[in-house]
Design a protein around this ligand. Structure first.
Ligand code: FAD
Length: 276
């Protein structure tokens, strides 16, 4: 099997040890020759400095890197300043998101939805950036309906997004259906599949509750049955996620975007099994 385009996501480390650990993880992941690395951004700008620093570290090592940019809780002026700073640093790729407000954070800001952010980016910077947006094969948790969510996705594409990355999922059918529905609705951009390796049961359940990704019952029960046996959780997780990726690749997914949580081992092993 030939590995399709791979991209790799990190979050900005908060401590010097975290920076060092990420450097080591990145060295291992670079062997996969990813198309680019991306770095998340805290809503309300809470990790803005760390996002840029991490992106510049990655670019300094000779790889392409994309900062994420979220608009919720931000003013137009602050977003404009960030875009300018990214341009000045030769950054050509962005992942544009609405973001989620941290609890206790009051205001929505001046730009409410990601389609408005994409419009703003295009109005301010033309075609300078390659812009990726988020897609939700299992429907965003705050959407009124799957149809509404699809319409929101189409608006982001019409606003000028070049491509999309999905929320992670373990139901390949949901992904293929979403891709078909998006194409039928006129959103003909590559929709890269987001992949979350499984290495930790409680962490996976926590994330999935927040973001609305469904863990199929058979996977959930099996993971729960392993208790503290982390070796079995990891071994099972590798099998399940590799099989998912195989299905995605053979069904025509244009790329795989790995949510690494700054860890290399599982992503490297999955890609090795896929033939990368
Ligand atoms: P939108 O596309 O704006 O959609 C948000 C919700 O509003 C959806 O339910 C949509 O259906 C609805 N909606 C959209 N437009 C309208 C409208 N006009 N009227 C009514 N409803 C509407 N979060 C971060 O904070 N930082 C990150 O770095 C980050 N990276 C991510 C990377 C990827 C690949 C993905 C998939 C998610 C990421 N997230 C990140 C999480 C993301 O910010 C959340 O999922 C957020 O809740 C929605 O962001 P969005 O860009 O999809 O929003």
């Amino acid at each position: 099997m030939t590995l399709p385009n791979v991209s790799i996501e990190f979050f900005p480390p908060k401590t010097p040890e975290g920076v060092e650990k990420l450097r080591v993880a990145r060295g291992k992941l670079a062997a996969l020759q990813p198309k680019y690395f991306s770095v998340t951004f805290g809503a309300g700008g809470s990790t803005q400095k760390g996002t840029l620093e991490t992106v510049l570290d990655i670019k300094g090592e000779g790889h392409d890197a994309a900062p994420h940019l979220s608009c919720i809780g931000s003013s137009r002026d602050s977003l404009r300043a960030i875009l300018q700073e990214y341009k000045e640093n030769g950054i050509k790729r962005l992942v544009a998101l609405r973001g989620d407000l941290p609890s206790g954070y009051g205001a929505f800001g001046e730009i409410r939805y990601a389609n408005e952010l994409v419009e703003f980016i295009r109005a301010e910077t033309g075609d300078w950036f390659h812009v990726e947006v988020a897609a939700y094969p299992e429907t965003h948790p705050q959407a009124r309906s799957p149809q509404d969510d699809l319409a929101s996705f189409v608006r982001k594409v019409n606003a000028g997004a070049d491509a999309a990355i999905t929320q992670y999922f373990y139901n390949a059918d949901a992904y293929f259906r979403f891709v078909d529905d998006a194409a039928r609705a006129g959103a003909n951009v590559p929709i890269v599949a987001g992949v979350m390796p499984i290495t930790n049961y409680s962490q996976l359940m926590r994330f999935s509750d927040m973001c609305g990704a469904e863990i199929p019952r058979w996977i959930r029960l099996k993971l729960a049955s392993f208790g503290d046996d982390t070796a079995s959780i990891k071994a099972f997780g590798l099998d399940v996620v590799t099989a998912l990726c195989e299905r995605l690749i053979s069904g025509g997914a244009p790329g795989l975007h790995f949510y690494t949580l700054n860890q290399a081992a599982a992503t490297v092993e999955i890609c090795r099994r896929l033939g990368g």
